[in-house]
Design a protein around this ligand. Structure first.
Ligand SMILES: [Mn+2]
Length: 256
């Protein structure tokens, strides 16, 4: 049966060799099993420019390139890897998607988003996001030396790390109904479109609860899982429009 795979929030780095191998090993299988792969942001824990590519990242790029030679690969920026640029995309063979992006997978419309846009209660973060997504700001940063950009990495991480945050601060890092309503309004011509996003690390399938006031149609909202020990997964959509969570990491008996 035809199926498509969507992943986000892998947060890969040189400190996650297990996850890196799971991705690399699976990519060659996925090229056979899936029609396409969507990477919806924060694939890397941090990305400071295409001119700073560590060995672990080069290996991942190779595996992505191998996939994209066989099947379409789509890529959307997250709040950690938004400095991924044209050089990376070309090497990986990935097509960049704007956030948000409306697409049709088999017979169903989906609005795809990383998800940080939806966290409208986090006003400080939204200001930071607007600033750091401007071409002018990015061009300026990419001219700075590596040591400078490594300092910047700290503030990028701080905005989305729950470490040292209060319960209230953690709460404002979730998608809000206002954010979801705004997203639906942007694609008002497609009221039946479902939403798929990541970022919040709160994997869940919301259905009836998101029958919003101004939405002409009920729709489903799928939150992608982040990768953590024993859960390295994503969402698959099959040609019958069935969406399901999948886990690529076999859970060993001892750890269950
Ligand atoms: Mn994120």
């Amino acid at each position: 049966m035809s199926q498509t795979l969507l992943l986000s929030d892998l947060h890969l780095s040189k400190h996650t060799p297990d996850f890196n191998h799971i991705l690399q090993d699976n990519l060659s299988k996925w090229a056979i099993e899936y029609d396409a792969l969507y990477l919806l942001g924060d694939i890397f824990d941090i990305w400071l420019g295409d001119d700073i590519v560590e060995e672990y990242a080069a290996n991942i790029i190779d595996a992505l390139q191998n996939f994209s030679k066989q099947k379409p690969l789509y890529f959307m920026h997250g709040n950690r890897d938004f400095l991924i640029g044209q050089h990376f995309l070309k090497l990986a063979g990935a097509t960049l998607l704007e956030d948000p992006h409306l697409t049709k997978i088999y017979d169903q419309f989906y609005i795809l988003s990383h998800g940080d846009l939806l966290c409208t209660d986090d006003i400080e973060y939204q200001k930071f996001r607007t600033k750091t997504r401007s071409t002018k700001w990015q061009n300026n940063i990419l001219k700075k030396p590596k040591w400078y950009r490594k300092i910047l990495a700290k503030s990028i991480r701080n905005f989305s790390s729950i470490k040292g945050k209060t319960r209230q601060q953690i709460k404002i890092s979730d998608a809000t109904e206002i954010g979801i309503q705004e997203l639906k309004n942007r694609f008002a011509k497609f009221p039946e479109a479902d939403i798929i996003h990541g970022h919040t690390h709160r994997p869940q399938i919301h259905m009836e609860t998101f029958n919003l006031k101004q939405a002409a149609y009920p729709f489903s909202l799928y939150v992608l899982p982040d990768w953590r020990p024993n859960i390295c997964g994503g969402l698959s959509i099959n040609e019958d429009n069935q969406v399901k969570y999948i886990n690529f990491k076999k859970i060993s008996v001892e750890k269950m």
